[in-house]
Write a protein that binds this ligand. Structure first.
Ligand SMILES: Cc1cc2nc3c(=O)[nH]c(=O)nc-3n(C[C@H](O)[C@H](O)[C@H](O)COP(=O)(O)O)c2cc1C
Length: 386
């Protein structure tokens, strides 16, 4: 299979086939089908919430490139009079800097330095973006999911139900037919905030927030909770995963927070931590670990890294930084960044997803079913051996 892979990698530098997942299935007998929030998607690679999902033009590029899904920028919840308990997160900041970030072990990764936070325009502007996302989803071009930062109270204080109700109802109205899919963001700047100093307080949020969202929704809703990297040890990350039983999917884990620079960061420190925590989570009794759909995020810049997350239980991944690199970092010579990124992630002859899955097969760690290697079996195998 190596020769056809080299050939595909080379010829797809100019453009990917329209339905590249079908091509992969026909040519390599590799089924890339993955899942996000209970929806089947043709392959595991989606876009994480952030500065790259702010307008319909970006969604159009993602759909044309063939991304599996895109999560919209996080909006800050509000009540019917526009009051936002988490208003400190709705700040305006446009400047992003894409930088190399070395680790102690001498590996160079990439990070995006940015001091902004959530959606900084009006809620009604956000709702029109949600309607546009709904149209992409209905047309079967791109699964689009909104993301919200809802009110998080201090211990002993009540949740502001009015913000949950108003925000969720308006999202549901914009979406139209259910179920409503929504991601709830626990961000790195929250991890760095005094609000997140208290472990018991964080665990209460994780226990209660999914049910609050469900109670607030006028239609059936599926909730993904994107967990933060809290400023505590690995064990607490696992405690957070265990506490959040009400979520339909956990997104693991948002960027690290550099208190000195007052900014979030990624790179190898992020994937090292995320994978280490997922390793300890996997060792819990299978009844706990097996039943949780997970989506990976953090420093994914190769198909091999997608498989690292998949081997630890993730049924899909969401990226941000890899869609922002200087053009010279991609092997593809034409196309938008999402296209060039997909080309490298899927077809790279050494580090791509196909090469990685064939290698798992050669090592006896992934078996064909009805003649096909299946991406979703990587996860099952991980649980089995874990
Ligand atoms: C500039 C920037 C803005 C982001 N904004 C959000 C956000 O609003 N909500 C959210 O859930 N995640 C946000 N993220 C996190 C990304 O979605 C992603 O989970 C994280 O960066 C790790 O993936 P990566 O290493 O591929 O960038 C942001 C990331 C970056 C770099």
């Amino acid at each position: 299979m190596h020769a056809p892979l080299e050939r595909d990698f080379d010829r797809f530098k100019r453009a990917l086939p329209r339905d590249f997942a079908a091509h992969v299935r026909d040519t390599y007998r590799v089924d890339l089908t993955a899942r996000y929030l209970g929806e089947d998607v043709p392959h595991p690679i989606g876009k994480g919430s952030g500065q790259l999902s702010l307008n319909p033009g970006q969604l159009e590029d993602d759909a044309a490139a063939g991304l599996a899904f895109a999560v919209l920028k996080t909006v800050i919840a509000e009540d019917e009079s526009g009051v936002q308990a988490m208003a400190a997160w709705a700040i305006h900041e446009t400047k992003m800097k894409v930088e190399r970030r070395p680790t102690g072990a001498g590996r160079e990764g990439w990070t995006v330095t940015w001091k902004g936070r959530g959606w900084d325009r009006s809620f009604s502007d956000y709702l029109s973006l949600v309607r546009s996302g709904r149209d992409f989803t209905r047309a079967g071009r791109l699964l689009v999911v909104p993301s919200v930062k809802y009110h998080l109270p201090r211990l002993g204080e009540p949740f502001r139900e009015a913000e949950y109700r108003h925000t969720t109802a308006r999202l549901a109205e914009a979406w139209g037919e259910g179920p409503l899919l929504v991601e709830k963001d626990f961000s790195p700047t929250l991890a760095g905030d005094a609000l997140a100093d208290d472990r018991a307080q964080i665990l209460r949020w994780l226990r209660e927030v999914p049910a609050r969202i469900r109670a607030a929704s006028p239609m059936p809703v599926r909730v993904a909770v994107k967990l933060m990297n809290a400023r505590f040890d690995d064990r607490f990350q696992v405690d957070m995963m265990e506490a959040c039983t009400g979520a339909d999917t956990l997104v693991v884990f948002n960027r690290l927070f550099d208190a000195e620079r007052g900014a979030a960061y990624g790179g190898w420190d992020l994937s090292d931590r995320n994978l280490r925590v997922l390793d300890s989570y996997r060792l819990l009794p299978p009844s706990t670990a097996l039943s949780r759909p997970l989506t990976g995020t953090g420093n994914i810049s190769s198909g091999r890294m997608i498989l690292e997350y998949a081997r630890r239980g993730c049924e899909g991944v969401q990226l941000h930084t890899f869609f922002q690199l200087p053009l010279s970092e991609y092997a593809a010579t034409h196309g938008t960044r999402p296209q060039r990124a997909l080309h490298a992630l899927v077809f790279h002859p050494q580090d791509g997803l196909i090469a990685g899955m064939l290698e798992l097969e050669a090592r006896g760690e992934l078996e064909r079913q009805d003649g096909e290697l299946r991406f979703l079996d990587v996860r099952a195998h991980a649980h089995h051996t874990g």
